[in-house]
Write a protein that binds this ligand. Structure first.
Ligand SMILES: C[S@@+](CC[C@H](N)C(=O)[O-])C[C@H]1O[C@@H](n2cnc3c(N)ncnc32)[C@H](O)[C@@H]1O
Length: 240
């Protein structure tokens, strides 16, 4: 992967101008958490500067937030935020500057009740994604939730077809990036982005013991799906 995330300034403009729908997605997630009263223990994979977590969780109680990312610049920006969750600075925050594949394996079983993976998992091969989803299930408690936000291919759309659609969107809309930054971004996408179809995401999570709770957001490029451990979902249904 080329390292466009090592220096956060380019991606911070992608966030600022909402080119990847962070605002709509975070609003949907925050809304879905409106009834949340139990404190959240959140693991954020590829957390970046924490923008997504900060917005998704700003009205929710958070007692623990663990963010993992390889970008020291992004983590320094996250560190300077007032805090994640409704009680700003009230919860414990641990930031880990490391590859998610190694840092995740060190997290204890059932230590979290929310795992957030926002625009991170598309950087891995199918086999690596499957292994990461298995690990996500291991660190999630039975009543937890896994939020998978990512680039998502349409049924039958090839990786090349997806990358072309994304390139078209970027050339048309990402106007505040210089031509050189556009080319750097496209090079990163061609070498490092491996989005899946929604059906694959469902099958991969189901194999690891998850049930799809719902699609919180979808447009022509991006999606956000909530998954819960299968037993918890059936328990929840039996109580209604
Ligand atoms: C597209 S950004 C998403 C950032 C943030 N989660 C968001 O939604 O805005 C992808 C992030 O994943 C991180 N990343 C990519 N591969 C990684 C890996 N193998 N281990 C840890 N972090 C990784 C990058 O450094 C970057 O911060």
């Amino acid at each position: 992967m080329n390292n466009i995330f090592d220096e956060w300034s380019l991606y911070s403009r992608i966030l600022l101008h909402d080119y990847m729908r962070h605002q709509a997605i975070s609003a949907k997630v925050a809304n879905s958490l409106a009834e949340q009263v139990a404190p959240l223990r959140v693991l954020d994979l590829g957390c970046g500067d924490g923008w997504m977590a900060y917005e998704c969780l700003k009205a929710s109680p958070v007692s623990l937030y663990v963010g993992i990312d390889t970008s020291a610049d992004a983590l320094a920006r996250l560190q300077s935020r007032p805090g994640i969750g409704s009680e700003l600075g009230g919860g414990q925050m641990d930031l880990v500057c490391e590859d998610v594949r190694t840092a995740l394996s060190r997290q204890p079983d059932a230590a979290f009740n929310m795992v957030l993976a926002s625009y991170c998992l598309h950087h891995f091969s199918q086999a690596e994604k499957q292994a990461l989803v298995q690990e996500i299930r291991r660190v999630l408690e039975p009543a937890g939730v896994f939020l998978w936000i990512d680039e998502v291919r349409h049924p039958g759309q090839t990786r090349q077809g997806y990358c072309q659609a994304l390139e078209q969107d970027i050339r048309q809309h990402w106007k505040t990036l210089s031509l050189q930054e556009i080319e750097e971004t496209l090079e990163h996408i061609r070498s490092s982005d491996f989005p899946e179809e929604e059906s694959w995401m469902h099958a991969a999570t189901q194999t690891c013991g998850f049930l799809a709770l719902g699609l919180l957001f979808r447009d022509n490029l991006y999606g956000c799906c909530a998954f819960v451990p299968a037993a918890a979902e059936s328990l929840d249904r039996s109580q209604k």
